[in-house]
Design a protein around this ligand. Structure first.
Ligand SMILES: [Zn+2]
Length: 315
């Protein structure tokens, strides 16, 4: 779908969720995110061909953050467009270029202490290793054509190097998975996944950053595009979700003399958000752990020494 002149949203389904990539067409053709391993061949290249654009013309592929559904197609894009520069947030570089690293340092980094992980072997959806050529830190401008540029924003929280692109002239922000509302929806509107921010304070700073921009249209990785007041509502829902989770965790720990494990606190979080589905229960490990780290840093809770699984208690 053409969102506006020279900007296309490429859509497919992953599980029951939408999965969106974005194509910017000017003197240069720039792709934002590559989906899972099969998305380029099955969805992105056919879409480009229907637009009359040879995929070999791709000049740059920007990966917004390290996740199988955003970087999995990188090596397939490189195969067809070897001259295209690949880019991502500099602090996410290792995980974006290497599926092994993605699984070890992102999906399974809580496995040893808490017994929650997401498969020891990378899924085929994660694609092959693919070098990243350019690391962005935010503040850069990428020219699509003469007088037409995209600003690179650093919007951490879901990952530490998460990128968004801002077309300031249009007021259009392409934020991928930087903001989560109350969770990630299926196409039919039901909930598919809990919120999955990792770093709470960074996530809140990203919300503040985005609220400070004159965003008129918001395009994401999985949420249907939003306009005007829908954007304001989405940002306030997102902040409210953080507040509710933070309070619930503190309250639960205050009541539990012997402390609670991460697993027990996930159950607390899910009581607060009953629409988070059972099938993706464990994904709540990331925000809940993020809140525990933050509360610990603030001196409100402490980890109890002992064998895994780790437990926390309030102070
Ligand atoms: Zn995603």
């Amino acid at each position: 779908m053409e969102l506006y002149k020279g900007v296309h949203q490429i859509s497919s389904l992953y599980g029951g969720r939408y999965l969106f990539q974005y194509l910017f067409v000017g003197d240069r053709v720039i792709l934002v995110d590559s989906g899972i391993a099969e998305t380029p061949e099955k969805v992105i290249f056919p879409h480009m061909e229907r637009l009359g654009i040879n995929p070999e013309r791709l000049a740059m592929l920007i990966t917004t953050h390290p996740d199988t559904d955003h970087q999995g197609g990188n090596s397939a894009v490189r195969m067809i467009a070897p001259g295209a520069l690949t880019a991502c947030g500099e602090t996410d570089r290792q995980m974006v270029q290497d599926p092994e690293c993605l699984y070890r340092d992102r999906y399974n980094h809580l496995q040893n202490d808490h017994g929650i992980g997401f498969g020891s072997e990378p899924s085929p959806d994660a694609g092959n290793r693919c070098r990243v050529d350019v690391g962005f830190r935010g503040g850069e401008h990428v020219m699509v054509a003469e007088g037409r540029d995209l600003e690179v924003l650093h919007v951490p929280g879901h990952s530490s190097g998460h990128l968004a692109l801002f077309d300031r002239a249009r007021g259009a922000a392409f934020v991928s998975d930087a903001v989560h509302g109350r969770g990630c929806p299926n196409k039919d509107g039901s909930m598919a996944l809990p919120v999955t921010y990792f770093h709470v304070d960074l996530y809140l700073s990203t919300l503040a950053q985005l609220e400070g921009l004159a965003i008129k249209e918001l395009h994401t990785g999985h949420w249907p595009s939003m306009y005007g007041d829908e954007i304001r509502d989405f940002f306030s829902d997102s902040r409210r979700t953080v507040e509710i989770l933070d309070r619930r965790i503190l309250r639960a720990l205050a009541r539990a003399q012997a402390g609670l494990t991460l697993n027990q606190l996930i159950d607390e979080a899910r009581e607060e958000f009953p629409d988070w589905p059972t099938s993706t229960r464990d994904a709540a490990v990331f925000p809940v752990h993020g809140h525990l780290e933050r509360l610990e840093n603030r001196g409100q809770i402490k980890a109890i020494p002992g064998a895994p699984p780790k437990r926390w208690q309030s102070l």
